[in-house]
Design a protein around this ligand. Structure first.
Ligand code: UD1
Length: 415
């Protein structure tokens, strides 16, 4: 267990580039299963979740090398295996995405049911329903899923625009030499990045009101650069708005429109360039209402950080969580710091306080941990965030990044 020690009452200033997007890198790494040719991936973030998926690829029979910190070279090494070690899927939900591509290539796959962040019940029914529509016969076996069959093109309608289910189906459809249409898909930038990667490997994909895929039995290798992580960029922008200060964060502003609208509404000044956002804030913030939703709605992965910000706004704010109904588990930790937040069903009512107090708090998942760190920047005195490794799943080093913005923050090992 490690802990982050944050000195409160600090303003942020400086410039920062974020690494590649975790949620794009994970499905793209899974997509390398679809070819035996060499794939070079650039701007891969240095994260625990990437280590997990690399272990998984190796267990399936891939050779994975890392010639540079953020560059991976993936090639084939012998025969691809159809079965994924249960432990790796339990550790991280995104591992389940190998089901579609393994099935497409081998005609069979066995994957156990996923674990990962504890955000309430997170079923995979949409993944399985979609795969069944393109020819998979799905059976449930000993805590896992067994899929078989020769896949074919089809028109699939998703009952909800699930990010994972859309990616699962894209991954399978890219290897089917027929036309597959995904109706009501997720349009998150990370899903689009996966689609671009599959195009780089030879699939034809049309991205409109629905996603149309013309796959190929043999996909080729590719050299591809992953998009910057909008959630990490957004986290640091919320930090600047909350603590006050001025910073320039390298990222794609177009991916963050929902956040930028809300930060402007709070009173932050924001300038967008092609590949960076400058933000300036006095730290005096207006309250607001917000609701999370599928892209281009407000991202659920920035909800905890935004709730931390609103806990010191000048009035009462309302945050409605529409993607993961249980995503307020971190609120008692913010309340320990003096926040006044009441949660009922999937709605938080946040009465802004003049300031938060430093306290010892615990990260309950990746973004909850980030929210507590940001709250600590604006709190009086010192905040200690205990972390069992959640933060390293999503931020290569949140302390290093925040130090680049001039703050006093450090890791300590805890026995
Ligand atoms: C991905 C992201 C996660 C982000 C989320 C929403 C990755 C690795 N993770 O998660 O960081 O918070 O998108 O933007 O990319 N659902 C079902 N049945 C299914 C699939 C999903 O009911 O088969 C429900 C989930 O329980 C949840 C909602 O749909 O309530 C959204 O889930 P989904 O969009 O699939 O998120 P993930 O892909 O798990």
């Amino acid at each position: 267990m490690r802990q982050l020690i944050i000195r409160g009452g600090q303003r942020l200033s400086g410039a920062l580039e974020v690494e590649g997007a975790k949620n794009a890198a994970l499905p793209i790494l899974c997509a390398t299963i679809l070819t035996d040719a060499e794939v070079i991936l650039r701007n891969v973030p240095h994260l625990q979740d990437v280590v997990t998926i690399v272990e998984l690829l190796k267990a399936l029979g891939k050779r994975v090398e890392q010639p540079e910190r953020n560059v991976y070279r993936i090639t084939a090494q012998g025969r691809l295996r159809a079965e994924v070690p249960a432990e790796l899927v339990r550790r991280m939900r995104a591992s389940f995405l190998v089901l579609g591509p393994l099935l497409a290539r081998l005609g069979e796959a066995r994957v156990s049911l996923p674990g990962g962040c504890v955000l309430g019940p997170r079923p995979v029914d949409l993944h399985l329903k979609g795969l069944a529509q393109i020819g998979a016969e799905i059976g449930l076996v000993q805590g896992g899923v067994e899929a078989r069959g020769r896949l074919h093109g089809a028109e699939i309608y998703l009952d909800y625009p699930s990010v994972g289910a859309t990616e699962q189906l894209l991954l399978a459809a890219a290897a089917i030499p027929e036309r597959t249409v995904i109706r009501n898909p997720a349009f998150e930038p990370e899903v689009e990045d996966l689609a671009h990667f599959l195009e780089a490997m030879g699939a034809r994909i049309t991205w409109g009101r629905e996603i149309e895929v013309h796959g190929a039995e043999r996909l080729h290798g590719a050299d591809y650069r992953i998009i910057p992580d909008r959630i990490n960029a957004g986290t640091y922008m919320i930090g600047v708005a909350l603590a006050g200060g001025r910073a320039r964060i390298g990222c794609r502003p177009a991916h963050l429109e929902a956040l930028l609208r809300k930060l402007r509404e709070c009173g932050a000044r924001i300038e967008e360039e092609e590949n960076a956002i400058s933000i300036e804030s006095s730290g005096e913030l207006q309250p607001l209402e917000l609701e999370t939703g599928p892209y281009p709605g407000f991202p659920t992965d920035l909800q905890p950080q935004m709730t931390a910000l609103l806990s010191v706004a000048r009035g009462t704010s309302i945050v409605r969580e529409r993607v993961f109904p249980d995503r307020f588990a971190y609120v008692p930790q913010l309340v320990r710091m003096g926040a006044q937040i009441r949660v009922s069903d999937s709605t938080a009512i946040i009465k802004g306080v003049a300031h938060l107090e430093g306290a010892a708090v615990q990260a309950t998942d990746i973004r909850a941990g980030a929210a507590l760190v940001l709250a600590g920047l604006a709190a009086q005195a010192e905040t200690v965030v205990l972390d069992e490794g959640h933060l390293a799943r999503g931020y290569s080093d949140i302390a290093r990044d925040l130090r680049a913005l001039g703050t006093k923050i450090r890791w300590e090992d805890q026995d």
